[in-house]
Design a protein around this ligand. Structure first.
Ligand SMILES: CC(C)(COP(=O)(O)OP(=O)(O)OC[C@H]1O[C@@H](n2cnc3c(N)ncnc32)[C@H](O)[C@@H]1OP(=O)(O)O)[C@@H](O)C(=O)NCCC(=O)NCCS
Length: 167
């Protein structure tokens, strides 16, 4: 059985492993192996991730657990909460959602999105946004099925903005 819960410090290694596998699965046709290793090592460093386990008004990390094992995660927060110059407390952003490749297409992404949308609703932020790479067909398909709409054209790095209202 799969459950969704808040991250705890001990999840950091499991999250890093899911991120690495899911990045290779998703981005091997978009980025080089070196780029994927460099990005996942930087953004999913277990010591850095562990900080997300502590309660914060500005962000929340949810974990999907299946039989005691981390199989997915999603982070939502106030837009750019980590950057004092760009932080916008009136907007919500889904900054990461990744499922272990062997656990995809079982509704776990949808369960995590429900938790994310609950956070946005509870904060009264009205909507949330995210960016997805234009060539990430799996991600784009998942988001459109779940009511997110594309806004404008991809930027120079191939990033496409998507948004959903949650009142
Ligand atoms: C996108 C993602 C989070 C969806 O999670 P999930 O648990 O697989 O999704 P659900 O089971 O709730 O929904 C299934 C839908 O997601 C999409 N999807 C998920 N896995 C897919 C796959 N391997 N191939 C094609 N579509 C897929 C489809 O739209 C699918 O609907 P369908 O089965 O009717 O075609 C997950 O596939 C994932 O981690 N992908 C890689 C990381 C990623 O792209 N994250 C977003 C970065 S911005």
């Amino acid at each position: 059985m799969t459950i969704i819960r808040d991250m705890v410090v001990d999840d950091a290694e499991g999250i890093a492993e899911v991120a690495r596998l899911s990045w290779f699965y998703t981005y091997s046709h978009i980025f080089s192996e070196e780029q994927i290793i460099a990005t996942t090592s930087r953004n999913y460093n277990p010591e850095f991730l562990a900080r997300l386990a502590y309660p914060s008004e500005r962000t929340r990390m949810f974990v999907a657990e299946d039989n005691g094992r981390v199989v997915g995660f999603a982070q939502v927060g106030e837009k750019n909460y980590w950057d004092p110059e760009k932080h916008d407390p009136h907007k919500a952003e889904l900054s990461r959602i990744y499922i272990h490749p062997q656990f995809m297409r079982r509704g776990i992404g949808r369960m995590l999105l429900d938790a994310v949308e609950g956070w946005v609703r509870d904060k009264g932020l009205g909507s949330y946004e995210l960016v997805v790479h234009k060539d990430n067909t799996v991600g784009r398909s998942f988001y459109s099925k779940n009511g997110l709409a594309e806004e404008g054209e991809p930027d120079g790095d191939g990033h496409l903005l998507m948004r959903k209202r949650v009142d």
